[in-house]
Design a protein around this ligand. Structure first.
Ligand code: CMX
Length: 133
């Protein structure tokens, strides 16, 4: 793995949270994107070399809606940048981690993504992501 690609934060109201985080960082989101396949609206902030993703559910079946219902708003996942997502998925699967999809999915911000189940990772939802080249 190369580095933390972004940290995802689950929010109830992305418009309000965009304004809140713009105040914290002193800069607005550089990108907003709906990811239909994940039932989320997202926005991305740059903080130096780092990125923060805000996520709001677009329907009650969304992972974000369930997360907020159970745990409230807050840090939802940590995403790691990988060079070869297929290779990393194979490696982690062989180490016994539970992958939440057999194939990478298309995520926000031009990425192929795959999650590891938090049950096997000390309660942290980990996302692998690889830039689509
Ligand atoms: N971080 C840590 N733990 C989490 C979690 C999260 N983000 N989301 C759920 N959990 C916990 C649940 O609280 C539950 O814990 P308990 O058993 O102790 O109650 C446990 O994981 C399993 O929960 P579950 O009921 O079996 O499954 P859920 O329906 O809550 O789904 C998960 C959990 C991780 C499988 C699901 O959220 C998922 O598939 N996530 C991957 C996709 C995703 O998160 N998409 C949104 C982001 C997309 C993007 O970044 O673009």
């Amino acid at each position: 793995m190369k580095k933390i690609e972004h940290i995802g934060i689950a929010v109830r109201d992305i418009e309000q949270s965009n304004a809140l985080f713009a105040k914290i960082f002193g800069e607005p989101a550089y990108k907003t994107e709906k990811v239909e396949s994940e039932n989320v609206s997202t926005s991305f902030f740059k903080v130096g070399e780092n990125k923060i993703e805000l996520l709001q559910a677009t329907n009650p079946d969304s992972a974000i809606a369930k997360f907020i219902e159970k745990k409230g708003e807050g840090i939802h996942h940590i995403a790691f940048d990988v060079e070869d997502i297929y290779g990393e998925m194979k490696r982690l699967k062989s180490e016994g981690f539970i992958l939440l999809s057999e194939e990478p999915k298309r995520g926000a911000d031009n990425k192929l993504i795959c999650f590891l189940h938090p049950k096997g990772t000390n309660g942290v939802l980990i996302e692998l992501c690889q830039e689509i080249r």
